[in-house]
Design a protein around this ligand. Structure first.
Ligand SMILES: Cc1cc2nc3c(=O)[nH]c(=O)nc-3n(C[C@H](O)[C@H](O)[C@H](O)COP(=O)(O)OP(=O)(O)OC[C@H]3O[C@@H](n4cnc5c(N)ncnc54)[C@H](O)[C@@H]3O)c2cc1C
Length: 490
């Protein structure tokens, strides 16, 4: 019987990212994937800077990959294309990760699988997990392969990353909070027959009550169109070449492009009640689903993977299992706030009542006339409710360079304390972070380390392995000491 530290059910973007992070940390990992290849239909298109930084940590992001382009922002428009809201995401020269990117998901999914196996994870494709059984020693995961044979692996921990219809979630027997959003949309990726020299760089949300729709620039010759289904329309009647051509016609002649792939999805807002039972946990769409209007579903799943990875690695290496009890309390409220926000945007976009839409437009146009400044991206909540963050912490540490190096590459998944000067830290605290394999960085003027301190009124900032700021000053150092003792981190 093969034994591993962690078995992962599902090699979507979340399972593969988690596998790569864990294998990079030295754990033995086996990933079971039901299908033979990556998911073929159009899904995620947008990824944010936080996600990009995690991809970079596992070598799945290089400068300007040909499967991704920088997105300059998103415009919400009326049916006659007046600007309701403009969200702008610009990269200032102090940072290294563009805040908003539009990418081709199958290319990323394949790369993530390759990175996971390069770090040493075993990937079993065409292995459908059919049973999860808790034993005295761990968890037995059984899959059926294409030949109909059973393959079992004993794992100390099992993480269900098996998507919206999660087998693992059903095994846990947990219910889901339903935020009451169920809207069907047609999603279409087309390939332009000729390259477009003027590739648009903004996503458009056209809030047309006659048919809400979205237009997304994509890398290369690809473009994404999304159209809401109207009441009474069924997926089979709309997902047809002639209907797609008619829907796209105001933007693109059908003879200028070829439909590459299309699908109808019903968007939901759902969050699982329990993300852990014993040695089995959930991540990604298994734990939460949201409408794609903020492009945050996969990004949130990759946040789960990063949060879980350093905790699982610590537990496998001897830390207290109770460390894993901090996973859901940190991640669930965070993702819930994003799901609520995506549902809120969805309700604005999906308005079909013409009078209601006219009222909404009048209100938003007046607000923009009053204050025409662009908004940034959707604000990210802070992590809270855990002994691993103080009230001042819980946010993602700033991105940037230290000399020629990218700050994240210097951190490389380790604990870090940024200090104003050598004298800002006692020998005890220095030894504490060193006992965790972490590093102390003295802030260098003009670099990200100085910026990290500038955001605070302190000369000490403690950063966790997932780049979340634990807190500032003496309170953060005490929290770190408490966590080391309580969870046996050293
Ligand atoms: C139209 C649309 C647009 C979207 N746009 C965005 C966006 O712009 N940005 C964004 O961040 N997110 C977006 N999302 C959401 C994003 O696609 C998902 O959140 C993300 O793909 C979830 O990743 P995952 O790895 O959790 O699950 P999945 O990608 O669903 O992967 C699960 C994997 O598990 C495998 N599996 C399932 N059951 C088993 C089993 N029993 N045994 C073995 N393997 C199994 C499946 O084959 C699959 O490969 C969008 C979604 C849709 C539908």
């Amino acid at each position: 019987m093969t034994k591993v530290d962690v078995a992962i059910v599902g090699a979507g973007p979340v399972g593969s990212t988690l596998a790569a992070l864990l294998a990079k940390a030295g754990l033995s990992v086996c990933v079971f994937e039901r299908d033979t290849d990556v998911y073929p239909l159009p899904r995620a298109a947008h990824l944010d800077a936080e996600t990009l930084r995690t991809l970079r940590q596992i070598g799945a992001w290089s400068d300007e990959p040909d499967w991704s382009i920088v997105n300059e922002g998103m415009d919400f428009l009326t049916a006659d294309k007046q600007l309701l809201i403009r969200m702008t995401a610009t990269l200032d020269s102090d940072h290294t990760a563009p805040p908003s990117n539009l990418f081709h998901q199958p290319s990323l999914d394949r790369l993530l699988r390759a990175r996971a196996t390069t770090f040493g994870a075993t990937l079993l494709v065409a292995h459908d997990v059919v049973a999860i059984d808790e034993t005295d020693h761990g968890v037995l995961v059984t899959a059926r392969n294409l030949a109909g044979e059973s393959v079992s692996v004993e794992a100390a921990w099992v993480i269900g990353c098996c998507g919206a219809r999660s087998f693992t979630r059903r095994f846990l027997g947990t219910g889901q909070v339903d935020l009451d959003f169920d809207e069907p949309w047609l999603v279409v990726d087309v390939l332009l027959n000729e390259p477009d020299p003027d590739t648009p760089r903004r996503t458009l949300q056209v809030c047309d009550p006659a048919r809400p729709h979205t237009i997304v620039p994509m890398p290369g010759r690809r473009r994404r169109f999304e159209f809401m289904l109207l009441p009474g329309e069924d997926p089979e009647s709309i997902d047809r070449p002639e209907v797609i051509a008619e829907l796209m016609a105001p933007y693109l002649d059908a003879d200028r492009a070829t439909v590459e792939r299309s699908a109808v999805y019903t968007f939901h807002g759902l969050i699982a009640n329990d993300w852990r039972r014993g040695r089995v946990l959930l991540a990604g769409d298994s734990a939460h689903q949201m409408p794609p209007f903020l492009g945050q579903g996969m990004c949130s799943g990759i946040r789960d993977a990063l949060n879980l990875s350093w905790k699982l690695a610590a537990v496998v290496k001897g830390a207290q299992e109770s460390l894993l009890d901090t996973y859901q309390p940190e991640r669930s409220p965070h993702v819930r706030a994003i799901v609520e926000s995506a549902v809120g945007f969805g309700r604005v976009i999906c308005t079909l009542d013409a009078d209601e839409a006219a009222g909404r437009d009048a209100m938003m146009l007046a607000a923009r006339a009053n204050d025409p400044t662009d908004r940034g991206g959707a604000p990210m909540p802070r992590l809270a409710g855990s002994p691993l963050v103080t009230d001042e912490g819980g946010y993602v540490v700033s991105d940037g360079r230290v000399g020629a190096a990218i700050f994240d590459d210097v951190l490389d998944g380790r604990w870090c304390i940024v200090v104003a000067s050598d004298s800002s830290l006692s020998t005890d605290h220095r030894m504490l972070v060193e006992s965790l394999g972490g590093l102390v960085l003295v802030a260098e003027p003009g670099t990200v380390t100085a910026r990290i301190l500038d955001h605070t009124d302190s000369d000490v900032v403690v950063v966790r392995p997932d780049r979340i700021v634990m807190g500032h000053g003496a309170a953060a150092l005490e929290t770190l000491r408490d966590a080391v003792i309580r969870f046996g981190l050293a």
